[in-house]
Ligand binder design. Structure first.
Ligand SMILES: [Fe+2]
Length: 341
């Protein structure tokens, strides 16, 4: 018997009909014949047929229940079932269809019609399988392409970060360290995946607006004059304007705009208060202050992690988000968090 023939299971409780079906179908199909419905699912899982024929004379209820089980089983749900029964009345036929039957015929000896129906259902099944396969291939391609684009985006972001920081060597690595700490805080705060990604990438880019701040101001040793500080203070807005033009699934522009805002409205550039500031921006603000105070600057030496923690805790709930400060403090005091200098 050729391996190319479609596999078909015939389940019949009448030996004469089984013989007749075998005779008319064996030339075109690879047949498996059983006479009990209780082994039908097991046989179907094992043989993976293209179609199942159930011929019923005596066990109507059992065979309909078996059809329902086939439909409900993930391994057999896609196999079309054709009922053949001279004794089915209209309610039996309806029950069979409700149990998931694909088709119904009254007489097994209508050979040409049976074959035509079988071919139709086998064709539909195979077309559906091809479609599922194509869908899986497409999904795999899209996943690969998404990964490629994400890697490209990360490489681009890193290139931009390096450009920004090359003009400001004193803050080299600042954005990476802020991004790392902010992402860690966000994770422990239980923020969702999208918020964590927003914080990670906004962290990497939060000072991108410094590209437009003169190097003389960025690298000035000593405290900035008021006028110079005013120039520096435009960097969140410039950064936000730059990112506004980049399509992104995350609110990067808004987070960058808000990273110097403070809960009491004393921040810049818009003096927003608590409820007006995104939680992502509040987390980034805590990480930014922690990193900045812990690092050397042209105008002062590092103030150390302990002093930075003291500062954010003294302003907890006033300038900085309480939860973010508590989680950040736990990270350093209980989990030995270290900046990757
Ligand atoms: Fe900044």
């Amino acid at each position: 018997m050729s391996e190319q023939k479609p596999y078909v299971i015939i389940c019949s409780d009448l030996p004469e009909t089984m013989d007749q079906l075998t005779l008319s179908l064996s030339r075109d199909y690879h047949l498996f014949c059983i006479n009990r419905t209780d082994v039908l699912i097991e046989t179907a899982v094992q043989k993976k047929p293209e179609i199942i024929l159930i011929n019923v004379i005596f066990n109507k209820a059992d065979s309909i229940a078996c059809c329902a089980q086939l439909s409900g089983n993930v391994n057999t749900a896609d196999i079309p079932v054709i009922f053949i029964s001279e004794v089915f009345d209209q309610s039996d036929t309806l029950a069979a269809f409700q149990a998931g039957a694909a088709d119904f015929m009254k007489y097994a000896y209508h050979e040409q019609e049976l074959k035509a129906r079988m071919e139709n259902h086998i064709h539909i099944k195979q077309s559906r399988e091809k479609l599922v396969h194509k869908h899986q291939e497409l999904n795999a391609t899209m996943t690969k392409e998404n990964e490629r684009l994400q890697n490209l985006m990360i490489a681009t972001i890193r290139a931009i970060v390096q450009t920004v920081e090359s003009r400001d060597p004193y803050t080299s690595g600042h954005q990476q360290r802020v991004s790392d700490l902010a992402t860690e805080i966000a994770m422990r705060m239980g923020l969702d995946h999208s918020q964590k990604m927003s914080i990670k990438y906004a962290g990497l880019l939060h000072d991108i607006g410094k590209l437009r701040v003169p190097e003389a101001i960025l690298n000035r040793p000593g405290k900035l004059l008021d006028m110079e500080f005013d120039v520096l203070k435009v960097h969140p807005k410039i950064g936000s304007d730059i990112l506004e033009t980049v399509p992104s699934p995350w609110p990067l522009a808004r987070i960058v705009l808000e990273h110097h805002e403070r809960l009491d409205g004393s921040g810049y550039p818009n003096g927003l208060t608590d409820n007006e500031i995104l939680i992502e921006s509040k987390v980034l603000a805590v990480a930014d202050v922690m990193e900045a105070m812990s690092s050397h600057r042209p105008y002062r030496p590092s103030q150390g992690v302990d002093l930075a923690l003291k500062e954010i805790n003294s302003q907890k709930g006033l300038l900085y988000d309480t939860n973010a400060v508590d989680i950040c403090t736990q990270l350093f005091n209980q989990h030995d968090y270290k900046f990757g200098w």
